[in-house]
Structure formats: structure tokens, C-alpha cells
Design a protein around this ligand. Structure first.
Ligand code: GCB
Length: 604
């Protein structure tokens, strides 16, 4: 799905602004025909999460209704016009002028509907959206899980199966767009480098194959143009750039690519994107960018801010990218869901290496079989939506198909992870097979991602105790590790020793590159101590220092993503003081903690 664009042939109208809003705690709106218009509404901002705006919406789980009016310019032909939501969390049902036009399940990913004959040419139109964010075990991410996997660590409210606040609403921009009669429906770009030649392969899809197509790549006044192809005969174009300027972290050079559609020799549509010429491959225990080994330094992040919640907050996105540069990071993971498209455009420009993740956090494999099947279907849909959205970004180097899927028998496995557990062959149990259905679930997702895009490695972030057989099908291993916090807090010497043994064990079994995709300790700003004390800024710094020191001794460890970039809002629980996860290098309002200054020294 192409990002909406305005040019000589295409038009957009962004519907962001103040909309009408009403909660529906009794769920009476459907029967009460609220889809024709809502009464007694109050104002809300689109995009934003509804939670931080009113006292009664803060912890609200349920249904909320949105409404706005819009006009469609008379020059727009309605069957080439569409309505695009960049993200609605969690489930959206959409009506225009009282007519149902569609539904979409799952946050953080875009969806669109054709306007067809739903809109009036001569008067305003009413758009109504019912948003529902119930926490259910058969959703992704899941919530209200009986004996919830997260409750092993903490009883939390609202009852998510994951550690962040379930913000809800129309949380990214809403677009009306208009396309010309003959138009591009997709452009897929892959690049490679062969003997100093940059190969740019473009697959073009159009709504009409009685059209022709050509592509132009330009930079600094130079351009390369392809010959024109008939889309009836082929849909792929290859352009060659001699001695290309490659995209890299230190020099994220972007070329302008424009794809044109012509009909009877006349241009009828075009689409522009910025592309980076680069290659990514795995060789032995290394990830190679343009043939050179890379090391990932950075964080897992969250889209989380005061007042807007998880709603799109572009000033904060810019600020976060600047702080990532300031601290010397070159990489981040979109923990635990796809970030805004604008975030990735900036990553392309800034040269960040992004691990792009679907919202599959808190997956578990016990409970009702039907729920497991439903979750699998949703995950598969999310992988396809994510790859279709993000595949043209040079910054995206890997797909992550889940964060911490919980192996069956999690509690028992975790107990063996305590540093005090020192029996011989302590990690042998990781090589024992687990429930084959769970393994099949994981392999289905990994295979899907590979099939949709065979140019990028696939991975997932593995919790303590993840069986080796789940790691067999990833290209790069990502491990979330908390030795020295949840496992042997304060006992940093023993913790790092156990981590070291485990890393050697896993590498020995798999021979794949390993990234520690999470490691961190809570550091409450202003909490200090001369001795090693949990929750102090000193302990947080020391924790990260020990992991960085260990990483220097293991050449198969090719990346460290500290958890987490900034403090973020999570559910209420005894372990989350003030409703915050405080493992951030920065506070929630982006002030550096002691450990941020330390990481800056190490990473620069
Ligand atoms: C994890 C999770 C992450 C949590 C983090 C923590 O393993 O992947 O979502 O926020 O631990 O701080 O406990």
C-alpha cells in the first residue's frame, strides 16, 4: 500500500484536526444508530490516543465513537478516491453518510477503503468511526488472558499480556486521496550491488495493464531513465547505476526514484520515492551491510508521549531521532509494533538500521485452540501488511515477527534462569523439543515473512528460556536478557557470568549472529546510592556497563539494543512505580539519565 502523495496527478486531503467523540461504555451505539451521527459529543484530536485527554477516558477500555464532516472536490472521480487510516487501535468500523464501508482489526498499520459511490459531490459527508479496544485473548496483542503469562511477574491493570499501556483511538493521520483514472497501485523496490554497479529492481503494479511505464532515478542533477515497458508484457524494470553512492549509517545517501505511467504516449500518473542503494546479507556470524560487517548499537523504543499517548507526535519523533544521534546509536527496534511511516522516512535519512516488528507481543500457546488459530491468522495478516507498507525503506534491515512469544511451561523454564541455578549443563533443557504446535506457529510466521520478502533476514525477540528449535529458523538471533534484574537482581557478577555461559551455549548450537535485543534495569531519576542498589541511576549505569563489557568479548554478538530508549507509560502494577516503566536512558520527557551520558561515551 503506497504512502499517500500529492503531485500533478494525485491529490490528498488530510482530515486531521478536531473531531466529535463519544464513549459508549454500555455498547448501545450500534443499536442506537450512532453511525448516522453522534449526539452530545465532546471534542477530540485526530490523531491522538483518547486516554490522556479526559479523566474518564484514562483507563477506559471499550467503545468510542468518532465523527467528522468532509467535502470531496468536484474534480475528484469518486471511484478513484479513497479513505486511508494510517492506524486505528484496536478495531475500526467505518461508515460514510450512514453506509458501512468496512472494518479493520489491529493497530499500528494502515488500511484503506474506496469511496466509490458513498460520497456526495454537492454537499458535505459524514464520516463516523466506531473504535473498540477490548483486551481479549484471541487478539494480537492479547489481553485478559486467564492466569496471564505476564502475571508470573506482576498483576497488572488493565490486564494486558504485555508491558505497555493499551492506548486506543484513531492514533495516526486520516487521508482522503484521489488518483488519476489510470494509476499505479504499487511500487516495490529492491537494490543490490554487483561489481560496482547498483542494481535497482522495480516491480510496478497498475490498475490497468493497457498502460506503459518507465522509471527515472536522479541525484544531484544527474538522472538515469529506463526504457518504457508495456505493463501487459512485463511489470519489472531494472535500472543500473555505475559506481553508486551507497546508503550506509555514516552516509545515508538517497536517490530520487520516480515511476511514470503513460497512456497513448501521455503521462497519466507518477509516484516518487527516495531509495537507498544497499545490500544486506548474513555471512557466518555477521550481518553485512554493503559487504561490510555491522554492529548494531541502539535501543528498543516506544511510541509514547504525554497527552498524545501513542498518537502520532511528529515533533517528538524528530526529537527522539536527534537524541539517538546524540547518544551515538545507529539502530533501533520498533518494539513492540510498527511505528509511524514518518518515523521510517526519518530513519532512511538519518541512516538508522531498523528492526521492524509486528504487534505480536505477549503471544502464548496454551489456552483455547480456537484462540491460538485466530491469533495466528491475525499475525499472518499483520506480517503481510507490515511488509507491504515498509519494504521500500533502506533503513529496514530485518523483520521481527514477534516479541517474546512465551514457550509452554514458561515459569519452570524461567526458574532455571536464576544465576543461583548452577547445576552442570544448565542450559541443556533449551535443546529439548517443546509442543510441536507452538513450534509450527512460530515457523509459519517466519516462513511467511521470508516468502513475502526474501531480501531481508527474519527474526524475533526471544524471552529467557526460549527453546533452540524456535531459533533454528531465524536468520539472526535476538535475545531479551535480564540477568541482573529479574534474574538475580543486584548479583551482577553472577548474572553476567550466567549470561556469558548462555550466549556461548546458544551460539554453539546455532552458529548464527546474536543481538541482545533488550537488557536493562529500572533507573529512577534522582535515585542515587554509593553501593549497588536496585532502582538507582548508578545501578542502571553499572548494569549496562557490564553487558557492554561482555559484548566486547564475544565476536558473534553483533548488536546491543538497550531497553529502553525512554521511560514509558505502562499498566498499573506494584512493579511499575507511577505507572511507568523506568528503564529508559532518557526520562519520559526526554532528559538524559546518568546512564545516557555513559552510553554516549561508549558509543561515540
Ligand atoms: C521485556 C519485554 C518488554 C518489557 C521489558 C521490561 O522482556 O519485552 O516489553 O517492557 O521486558 O522492562 O520488563
Amino acid at each position: 500500500m503506497l504512502y499517500p502523495q500529492q503531485n500533478n496527478y494525485r491529490d490528498i486531503n488530510i482530515l486531521d484536526g478536531i473531531w466529535k467523540f463519544k464513549l459508549d461504555p454500555e455498547n448501545i451505539g450500534l443499536k442506537g444508530n450512532w453511525h448516522n451521527g453522534i449526539n452530545n459529543s465532546r471534542p477530540i484530536v485526530v490523531p491522538s490516543s483518547w486516554n490522556e485527554l479526559y479523566p474518564d477516558t484514562t483507563d477506559y477500555i471499550g467503545v468510542g465513537w468518532y465523527e467528522c464532516d468532509f467535502f470531496v472536490p468536484t474534480s475528484w472521480i469518486s471511484n478513484n478516491s479513497g479513505l486511508r487510516f494510517s492506524s486505528v487501535t484496536y478495531k475500526a468500523t467505518v461508515w460514510i453518510n450512514g453506509n458501512l464501508i468496512g472494518t479493520h482489526e489491529g493497530g499500528h498499520l494502515p488500511f484503506e477503503f474506496q469511496l466509490d459511490n458513498f460520497v456526495n459531490d454537492d454537499k458535505s459527508n459524514k464520516l463516523v468511526v466506531r473504535v473498540e479496544n477490548e483486551l481479549k485473548p484471541d487478539r494480537v496483542p492479547p489481553g485478559n488472558v486467564e492466569g496471564g503469562s505476564l502475571s508470573i511477574f506482576m498483576e497488572n491493570i488493565p490486564r494486558t499480556n504485555y508491558d505497555f499501556f493499551p492506548y486506543a483511538g484513531i492514533d495516526r493521520s486520516v487521508y482522503l486521496y484521489h488518483l488519476p483514472e489510470f494509476h499505479l497501485t504499487d511500487v516495490i523496490v529492491t537494490t543490490s550491488i554487483v561489481n560496482d554497479i547498483g542494481l535497482v529492481e522495480i516491480i510496478v503494479k497498475s490498475n490497468n495493464d493497457e498502460t506503459n511505464c518507465y522509471a527515472l532515478i536522479s541525484s544531484d542533477g544527474d538522472s538515469i531513465k529506463s526504457s518504457s515497458i508495456s505493463l501487459k508484457e512485463q511489470n519489472n524494470i531494472t535500472l543500473k547505476i555505475n559506481n553508486p553512492k551507497l546508503w550506509s549509517c555514516s552516509d545515508p545517501f538517497l536517490y530520487q526514484l520516480t515511476v511514470f505511467i503513460t497512456k497513448n504516449g501521455k503521462i497519466v500518473d507518477s509516484y516518487q520515492l527516495e531509495i537507498g542503494v544497499r545490500s544486506i546479507e548474513i555471512k557466518g556470524h555477521q550481518i553485512l551491510l554493503n559487504g561490510e560487517p555491522i554492529e548494531l548499537k541502539g535501543f528498543g523504543r516506544h511510541e509514547d508521549s504525554f497527552i498524545t499517548g501513542r498518537g502520532q507526535n511528529l515533533p517528538q519523533t524528530i526529537k527522539d531521532h536527534n537524541l539517538l544521534k546524540w547518544i551515538g546509536a545507529n539502530s533501533y527496534r520498533t518494539a513492540h509494533y510498527p511505528y509511524s511511516e514518518e518515523d521510517l522516512f526519518l530513519a532512511d535519512k538519518h541512516g538508522f538500521l531498523v528492526v521492524d516488528e509486528i504487534p505480536a507481543v505477549g503471544l502464548f500457546f496454551d489456552g483455547k485452540e480456537k484462540d491460538i488459530e485466530t491469533r495466528l491468522d491475525i499475525c499472518r495478516k499483520q506480517i503481510s501488511e507490515l511488509i507491504n507498507r515498509d519494504r521500500n525503506h533502506p533503513s529496514v534491515i530485518m523483520w521481527s515477527i514477534a516479541n517474546e512469544p512465551f514457550p509452554p511451561d514458561l515459569l519452570n523454564r524461567m526458574q532455571r534462569m536464576q544465576p543461583q541455578e548452577t547445576s552442570d549443563n544448565i542450559f541443556n533443557f533449551l535443546s529439548e523439543p517443546v509442543d510441536p504446535n507452538a513450534t509450527k506457529f512460530m515457523n509459519t510466521l517466519l516462513t511467511d515473512a521470508k516468502k513475502l520478502d526474501n531480501t531481508r533476514p527474519v527474526t524475533f525477540a526471544a524471552v529467557h528460556g526460549t527453546p533452540i528449535e524456535w531459533l533454528d529458523n531465524v536468520d539472526v538471533i535476538m535475545l531479551n536478557r535480564y540477568y541482573g534484574w529479574y534474574f538475580g537482581g543486584v548479583m551482577l557478577d553472577e548474572a553476567v557470568q550466567k549470561l556469558s555461559i548462555e550466549l556461548d551455549y546458544i551460539y554453539g548450537k546455532t552458529k548464527k549472529p546474536i543481538i541482545i535485543s533488550e537488557f536493562g534495569a529500572e533507573g529512577m531519576t534522582g535515585s542515587h546510592s554509593v553501593s549497588q542498589e536496585l532502582y538507582t541511576e548508578e545501578y542502571q549505569l553499572e548494569f549496562w556497563k557490564r553487558y557492554l563489557d561482555l559484548a566486547e568479548q564475544k565476536d558473534f554478538l553483533i548488536g546491543l539494543h538497550a531497553w529502553v530508549f525512554a521511560d514509558f507509560r505502562t499498566t498499573h502494577s506494584l512493579k511499575r512505580i507511577s505507572g511507568l516503566n523506568q528503564k529508559g536512558a532518557f526520562t519520559r520527557d526526554r532528559k538524559p539519565k546518568m546512564a545516557a551520558h555513559y552510553l554516549k561515551k561508549r558509543w561515540n
